[in-house]
Design a protein around this ligand. Structure first.
Ligand SMILES: [Zn+2]
Length: 100
């Protein structure tokens, strides 16, 4: 499927971001490298996803501790962490309907 869903965010329709894309973009987001439109998509996902805001906060804490953002050191850990967060989130919110 190449057709993206759209979501309304701050009065504008933006292409929905997947959690996987959120993880891939998080370093650019924190370094202010995302183009404005992609930044809106990122923010829209952040507003609607139950797992990613928690994940983003953990990344921010990691950066505070590490002192700087290093994509090379964050990526593998971040992906594992995200999967862990979603696994526990799914277990808590099992309602029989698949998340989008
Ligand atoms: Zn998400």
């Amino acid at each position: 499927m190449s057709i993206r869903k759209q979501t309304l965010y701050n009065g504008e329709w933006v292409d929905e971001l997947t959690c996987k894309e959120f993880v891939e973009w998080v370093t650019d987001y924190l370094e202010d490298k995302l183009p404005a439109e992609d930044g809106r998509r990122f923010d829209a996902h952040l507003a609607q996803c139950s797992g990613c805001p928690h994940y983003l906060e953990q990344i921010r804490q990691t950066i505070r501790i590490a002192g700087k953002l290093s994509e090379a050191s964050i990526e593998p850990q971040a992906r594992r962490e995200l999967l862990r967060v979603f696994a526990s989130w799914k277990a808590e919110h099992q309602r029989g309907d698949d998340p989008q």
